[in-house]
Structure formats: structure tokens, C-alpha cells
Design a protein around this ligand. Structure first.
Ligand code: ATP
Length: 338
């Protein structure tokens, strides 16, 4: 889920419970609208919440609050969860089809809904349904993406008068990856990951994501990977990773992936399959391979369709989960999610 700031309180106007008569009142009112010239009220909305991979990730230092300064190039892909938002008069409720993912206030989509300012008029509540396709705890950013989709969806459903930068401010209180998912595409993330600099879209490749089946906790991986770092004050003396964006853009993806992920060595100590999968992807014809985020998923970049198909079959034959995807350009991302 990326690094997460300390949890704040839920908005006092929001509760888990929703009264049946309130839900009915919403649909009755909506049913009678339109004929009297009033704009038809939005009562239901479906949005995809896409996964990301980190093409590379560098830890620059640890801050006094325990979060880490990083530099990473993130890329959205076509793999996605699906969220449905149904207007309710009051309250936030949530259901999710993956028993490994919390369905209460701990869910990042719930937290995102509760962090928004209370709507001035009805509907003030929502029922959120999440259909998961992004495996949790794999560094693919599923929870953060669900949270960002919730912010975008509820801004529309609740007709909130919130500018993009206000939404970004709310997003960064939920998790470090959440602001990125308001933009999508390819981006350089700095600070704790909340500062988003859009980069040109790079295409012409496919991605195979391989999931070892051992979810890793983001906090634990960051803590272990940075144990040898000097805290706080030395940040400025740490060598900074700079994405090049020079020369042949087609080659840029390989350059970034080969720059590596500083979290990978420690994640490998918790889940040795990460190293094994990476070698297998390279042997199968990936032009570069690395772990994404805090793991445990590993991705390979392929430019040859026959090679990715072979690698997919091999990964599945070895008992790993494997998902073939393509990078999602910012414009396409925003059309789907925005
Ligand atoms: P990142 O790449 O940002 O570090 P991740 O992919 O490793 O994230 P997530 O899949 O976002 O991690 O989820 C990590 C944990 O967050 C899960 O184990 C789960 O308990 C919790 N969680 C809360 N809300 C969600 C959600 N909507 N979807 C998935 N996990 C969620």
C-alpha cells in the first residue's frame, strides 16, 4: 500500500451503519427526478482501480517520523480491481470479494471515503463494492488504487466541490501511493512517494507479473531494507537516482528497471522465490526484470510476444500466479478512471 502516515480519525459524520429507510429514500427521490426538469441524480457508478509497477525504486534516507524518502518511477498497467459506488442517504458500508482484504474501516477505500469532507446535501453516504483482481500485499498498489478510485468516484457521486489539488491533499493522508493513482501513466514519485512528476508515456512492451504467493507487509520490508541506513540528517548526502529520459525512449524502460529496487534484497530474505522468479524471467527472454514496490510480485519487461507467452506458461507450471499486462498510458488511464 506504499508508506502510510499515522492514521487520523474518521470523519465524525460517517458511520459504518446504514438505515434501510434512508437507502429507499434515495432511490424514491431519484426515481421522481428528471420529469420536473431537475438534472438526473447520479446514484451508481462503476470505476476500475488499476495496478502499478515500480520500474525502479531507490531509498534515499529515513525521516525522523519513520517514513522514508524515496525516488521511484511508477507505471500503471491494465490489470484492475472494479469498484461500484451506490449512493446512500447516510453512512459508509463496504463489501469486498477477497477474504484476505479487510471489509471494514481498515480498508483503504473506506478510509478514503471517510477522509473526504462531508457532502452538504444528500446523498451523504455510499455502499462500496470491491471486486479484487489485483493480488494484495504484492507491491502492485491495489489498496492505494482502490482508495484513489474512491476519492474520484465519490467526488462525483457526492457532488463535492473539490479541486484536484484538494483531492491530492486528502490522497496523501491515506497512503504514499494514493496521489499517483489520481494521475496514472508513467511518473517519477519523490518525497515519501507523494510528490508526483508526470513523465512521457513509454510503450512498445508487455509486462509479465509473477506472484510468489507470499504477501509481504510494506512497513516490515521498508524497516528491514533501511536498517543499515543512517537516519534523517544524512539524506542530502545519499546518492540520488535520476531517471535519465535521454536518448532512445524505447530503451528507457530497460534503463530504469536495471537501476533496481533497493527493497528487493531484504524482501528476498523473507521470500527467496523473488530472486528465483527474477532469474527465470530473464532466462525466458525478459529484457529486464525486478520486484515491484515492497514485493513480493516480480515483473519482467518483454518485447517479444512468443517469449512472454513461454514465460507465462513456465511460471504457472511452477505453481506461481502469473498475469500478462500492458502499460496504461496516462490519457487512457484518466479516461477510464477520471
Ligand atoms: P504497495 O505497492 O503500495 O506497497 P501493496 O500492493 O503491497 O501496496 P496492497 O495490496 O495495497 O499492498 O495491500 C496491503 C494490505 O493493505 C493488505 O494486506 C490489506 O490488509 C490492506 N488493505 C486495505 N485496503 C485494501 C484494499 N482495498 N485492497 C487490498 N488491500 C487492502
Amino acid at each position: 500500500m506504499g508508506q502510510r502516515p499515522a492514521r487520523g480519525d474518521l470523519h465524525p459524520g460517517h458511520s459504518r451503519g446504514v438505515r434501510k429507510q434512508d437507502a429507499l429514500a434515495v432511490s424514491n427521490r431519484t426515481g421522481s427526478s428528471g420529469g420536473e426538469g431537475r438534472p438526473r441524480e447520479l446514484i451508481r457508478l462503476n470505476l476500475p482501480a488499476h495496478a502499478k509497477i515500480n520500474l525502479c525504486l531507490k531509498i534515499l534516507g529515513r525521516r525522523p517520523d519513520g517514513l522514508h524518502e524515496i525516488e521511484t518511477v511508477a507505471q500503471t498497467v491494465d490489470l484492475h480491481d472494479t469498484l461500484t459506488f451506490e449512493a446512500r442517504a447516510e453512512g459508509i458500508t463496504l463489501e469486498v470479494d477477497d477474504p484476505a482484504v479487510p471489509s471494514g474501516p481498515e480498508n483503504l477505500a473506506f478510509r478514503a471515503a471517510a477522509a473526504l469532507p462531508a457532502p452538504r446535501s444528500s446523498p451523504r453516504g455510499v455502499h462500496i463494492r470491491i471486486s479484487k483482481a489485483i493480488p494484495a500485499g504484492t507491491g502492485l498498489g491495489g489498496g492505494s488504487s482502490d482508495a484513489a478510485a474512491t476519492l474520484l468516484g465519490l467526488r462525483r457521486l457526492w457532488r463535492l466541490d473539490l479541486a484536484d489539488r484538494d483531492l491530492e491533499a486528502v490522497a496523501s493522508t491515506i497512503g504514499a501511493d494514493v496521489p499517483f493513482f489520481l494521475h496514472g501513466g508513467t511518473a517519477l514519485l519523490t518525497g515519501t512517494g507523494t510528490t508526483v512528476k508526470p513523465l512521457p508515456d513509454l510503450g512498445g512492451y508487455e509486462i509479465l507479473v509473477v506472484v510468489p504467493g507470499v504477501p509481504l507487509a510494506t512497513r516490515e520490508v521498508y524497516a528491514g531494507a533501511s536498517a543499515s541506513l543512517t537516519p534523517a540528517l544524512k539524506i542530502s548526502s545519499m546518492p540520488a537516482f535520476k531517471p535519465t529520459l535521454k536518448g532512445d525512449l524505447r530503451e528507457e524502460v530497460e534503463t530504469w528497471v536495471r537501476a533496481g529496487n533497493d527493497l528487493e534484497p531484504f524482501a528476498r530474505s523473507l521470500c527467496p522465490a523473488i530472486g528465483e522468479i527474477r532469474v527465470r524471467l530473464e532466462t525466458a527472454g525478459a529484457v529486464a526484470a525486478a520486484m515491484t514496490g515492497s514485493g513480493s510480485a516480480v515483473f519482467g519487461v518483454f518485447r517479444n510476444p512468443a517469449a512472454i507467452e513461454r514465460a507465462l506458461a513456465e511460471a504457472r507450471a511452477s505453481g506461481f500466479g502469473a498475469i500478462r499486462c500492458v502499460p496504461l498510458r496516462r490519457e487512457d488511464y484518466q479516461r477510464r478512471v477520471g
